[in-house]
Design a protein around this ligand. Structure first.
Ligand SMILES: C[S@@+](CC[C@H](N)C(=O)[O-])C[C@H]1O[C@@H](n2cnc3c(N)ncnc32)[C@H](O)[C@@H]1O
Length: 200
């Protein structure tokens, strides 16, 4: 049943693309995930989150002074730059693609945010999450699921995890909402809050 639904979704994405209806920026690539994606170094392609969705993700993160944001697979750096610019917090992007690392470092420099924003060329499968209090991601569902126990173990209680478009299996978000981007496409944002150890 699940594979039928997933097949239909992928089929629909291809159809929309083929008809030229503007499925945004190869977003259908995000639907081609399976569990093996975690075993290869590239756990998601570069598909940027639209600016209005970035803004809403950051609002839902309930950012306060002293927060440290980690963006897992930071792409062109748009989330870390937006977080530092709007909230003045420290933000670290982890990116495996050297070209994107170079471009996003340039973007950070142009924005004058080198004091607050760092781009690390690092595989997210090796990250220590303990310094972070907000984690954002737009990754394959399989990657979310593999990250889930690590996030639960390493993040401090009260930390927020925000994901664009994909959930984390049975880990129920404390907030989930759908919104339309400016091109009219539906987006979903999930937020989880790390509970006190006894509540996990
Ligand atoms: C869907 S894009 C999201 C980009 C950005 N976070 C955003 O929302 O606009 C996923 C990013 O993860 C990066 N990525 C894939 N596998 C990775 C890994 N193992 N470690 C670090 N980055 C990775 C990709 O190169 C890509 O830039």
């Amino acid at each position: 049943m699940t594979s039928t639904i997933s097949g239909l979704t992928v089929g629909l994405a291809i159809l929309v693309g083929a008809l030229g209806l503007g499925w945004p920026e190869n977003r259908d690539a995000m639907l081609h995930a399976d569990d093996n994606d975690w075993d290869s170094a590239h756990v998601a392609p570069f598909v940027p989150t639209p600016p209005e969705v970035v803004s809403r993700m950051l609002e839902l993160a309930e950012i306060k002074q002293g927060d440290v944001l980690y963006d897992l697979g930071s792409g062109d750096g748009r989330i870390v730059v937006a977080a530092a610019k709007k909230f003045g917090i420290r933000a670290v992007g982890f990116e495996i693609d050297p070209g994107l690392v170079k471009d996003s470092r340039q973007f950070v420099k142009q924005a004058g945010l080198e004091e607050l924003v760092e781009i690390r060329e690092q595989d997210i499968r090796t990250v220590d999450f303990s310094p972070a209090s907000v984690v954002t991601m737009y990754l394959y569902p399989a990657a979310n699921l593999r990250l889930r126990p690590v996030l639960m173990r390493e993040l401090k209680p009260g930390s927020r995890v925000i994901s664009h478009d994909f959930g984390m299996g049975s880990w129920k978000p404390d907030h989930m909402e759908r919104l339309r981007d400016t091109a009219g496409f539906s987006r979903t944002i999930y937020r989880w809050r790390i509970a006190e150890p006894s509540g996990r």
